[in-house]
Design a protein around this ligand. Structure first.
Ligand code: F6R
Length: 607
């Protein structure tokens, strides 16, 4: 969602701000803006749409000055217009904001009672007006920022810039992440380390409730209680902050191709050096003592949890419930004391997942998270956070994070099976050997890329598509449909194959491609029957299976994609690859914005 950047530099701030905003583009946005202080004067430029529009504006109307703030906005309150774009300004105060100020209507009314009018529909303008109001009452900039922040309810990250103050930024974090970067005689503020990577690799992450007063040679942080706080400076790995396409046309293509190496990295972290034993960190529960596992997540991470339900139940005979985070806490589910809660999130900042986690604090026996960002809020608020080691995921559509989430969840399910005495040494060795072979299997499956590109050209003309799967392939069918709709904008739905005749079969005609994800496993014959039902009604089947499955299905299916053989337990990880490639090539054929699909944000920090 919105991206924030701030610079107190030694050079012109505007180019640095735009460059940093480019690195935040992946979060999703629909307008952008910057403000700087030049000769003490505060000025700003804002533009609707892509950053290139802001960059063009700056060519014709440059902004000088070495101190500034910048923002990419994902509209919540008010349409994506120039007036609603950040930075918002009132008198000497400019502010950028990520999150939602929940009490902005009450504050608006209060300001109106002082004769202070709003010009925009945004919640953020209220912050600028309030700080300006406090300054008119005689407060200095830092005091006014503090007084303003004290009045705000909701989740936010904020960065203030003040006219006449070319060596001051005030930053605050509550609910949305924010980091301060340390340069040589320069200081920076950013939504994440990725934004600041070209400027510095020395980062201080703000904690919940922190307010940071930043100058070029000092950083003073106070915590939620107003006490001075000492936050460490961490050196981030350059690799972690690398944001380039490495020769690929899109980040999504790069991230799909990276899967063999990142799955290998995830396995390397949680298996012994010879790959034959699980070496999950201390703190992973003894699953023999766990009565119930509750898995909670959103979107793609939710589908990873649904897959894990099959694994934990089948392999470890452990009762599992899976919930969508946005529904979870409002249902007020009763939680038995023997429950372990597991939260899965790539970003570790998803507002709904974080809120569900907080609901479980004090209710579940243990809170474990599976995340890609170890410094994230979800990781920090868990009893134990397991990293998926996928590296920065920039494409809005999650790909490598999904398969790494699945890999780590399967390792946890195997540990549960071991703890509960439901897996023999031989079967465990088989599965671990299959897992170790997965990166190579992925590379072989990647050979289908050109064939999938050709099929996708035909899919691109379809108004909608269905995805079907049984057992472990059902959650994968859901993920395949989500991928297709989010980047190609083709309407797609997924069903458990056996559900088709309970309603959705009414949709089948010759215009409806039906993607069937079905390795030749114990359920394959039943899936073949479901395919016959589709074909009997003129539907076009695209079967993704292994060689045996493709042979058994016969000639009457429209298209087939043959994948290497793999253990049925591991199939959801491998079959994610064709699901991703189908979506990717269809989107490319349709000419959509693959990495930043319309309306979507990478890290969903509002409810
Ligand atoms: C889909 C996608 C989203 C995310 C969801 C949760 O491709 O990326 O559905 O999976 O917004 O995000 P995280 O995993 O960051 O909690």
């Amino acid at each position: 969602m919105c991206g924030i950047v701030g610079v107190l530099g030694d050079h012109e701030a505007a180019p640095l701000l735009v460059e940093a905003l480019k690195r935040l583009e992946y979060r999703g946005y629909d307008s952008a803006g910057i403000a700087t202080i030049n000769d003490g004067r505060l000025d700003r430029r804002r533009a609707v749409g892509k950053l290139v529009n802001l960059a063009d504006l700056l060519v014709h109307h440059p902004l000088a000055g070495k101190a500034g703030i910048g923002h990419t906005r994902w509209a919540t309150h008010g349409a994506p217009t120039e007036a609603n774009a950040h930075p918002h300004r009132s008198g000497p105060v400019a502010v950028v904001h990520n999150g939602i100020i929940e009490n902005f209507r009450a504050l608006r009314a209060e300001l109106a009672s002082h004769g202070i009018a709003h010009e925009t529909e945004t919640d953020t303008e209220t912050v600028a007006l309030l700080a300006h109001h406090f300054m008119q009452q005689g407060m200095g900039p830092v005091e006014a920022a503090r007084a303003t922040i004290a009045r705000l309810e909701g989740a936010y990250a904020l960065c203030f810039l003040f006219e006449g103050e070319a060596d001051l930024l005030v930053a605050a974090r509550r609910g949305s992440p924010l980091a301060v970067g340390h340069g040589d005689g320069e200081m920076f503020v950013g939504s994440d380390a990725i934004a600041l990577a070209p400027m510095t690799d020395r980062i201080t992450y703000l904690e919940e409730g922190d307010i940071a007063v930043v100058t070029r040679d000092s950083l003073v942080i106070t915590d939620v209680n107003g006490h001075l706080a000492n936050r460490p400076i961490k050196t981030i790995e350059i690799e972690a902050a690398r944001v380039d396409k490495a020769g690929h046309r899109h980040f999504m293509a790069k991230e799909i191709a990276e899967q063999p190496s990142v799955i290998g990295a995830a396995l390397g972290h949680y298996l012994s050096s010879d790959g034959t034993c699980l070496t999950l960190p201390e703190g992973v529960p003894d699953f023999a003592k766990v009565e119930r596992l509750t898995l909670v997540a959103c979107g793609t991470a939710y589908y990873a949890c649904l897959t894990a339900k099959y694994w934990f139940e089948q392999l470890a005979r452990l009762p599992v419930e899976v919930d969508i985070a946005s529904e979870f806490r409002y249902r007020e589910p009763p939680v038995s004391p023997g429950t372990t809660a597991l939260f899965v999130s790539q970003s570790g900042e998803t507002a709904d997942t974080l809120a569900a986690l907080r609901y479980m604090q004090g209710r579940a026996a243990k809170i474990v998270s599976v995340v890609n960002v170890p410094e994230s809020s979800i990781a920090r608020e868990s009893d134990l956070a397991l990293s998926i080691h996928a590296g920065a995921e920039i494409g809005v559509a999650s790909t490598k994070a999904f398969t790494c989430q699945l890999t780590v969840l399967l390792l946890l399910a195997l540990k549960a099976a071991q703890d509960r005495g439901h897996v023999g040494a031989e079967r465990l060795a088989d599965l671990l050997s299959g897992l170790r072979a997965l990166p190579a299997t992925f590379n072989t499956a990647m050979e289908r890329n050109e064939q999938i590109r050709a099929i996708a050209r035909q899919l691109a003309t379809a108004p909608s598509a269905l995805f079907l799967g049984r057992g472990l392939m059902y959650p994968l069918a859901l993920e395949g449909a989500l991928k297709l709709k989010e980047i190609s904008y083709i309407h797609a739905e997924a069903y458990a194959s056996g559900e088709l005749k309970h309603g959705p079969i009414a949709l089948i005609d010759e215009t409806m491609p039906v993607v069937v994800m079905a390795p030749c496993d114990a359920l394959f014959d039943k899936t073949v029957s479901n395919m016959q039902e589709v074909m009997a009604r003129g539907g076009r089947i695209l079967l993704v299976s292994d060689a045996r499955g493709v042979t058994q299905a016969g000639d009457c299916v429209w298209q087939t994609i043959t994948l290497p053989d793999t253990d049925p337990i591991l199939a959801p990880i491998l079959y994610a690859l064709p699901a991703q490639l189908i979506a990717y090539h269809t989107a490319v054929a349709k000419g959509t914005d693959v990495d930043q699909p319309r309306n979507l944000a990478k890290s969903v920090t509002v409810e």
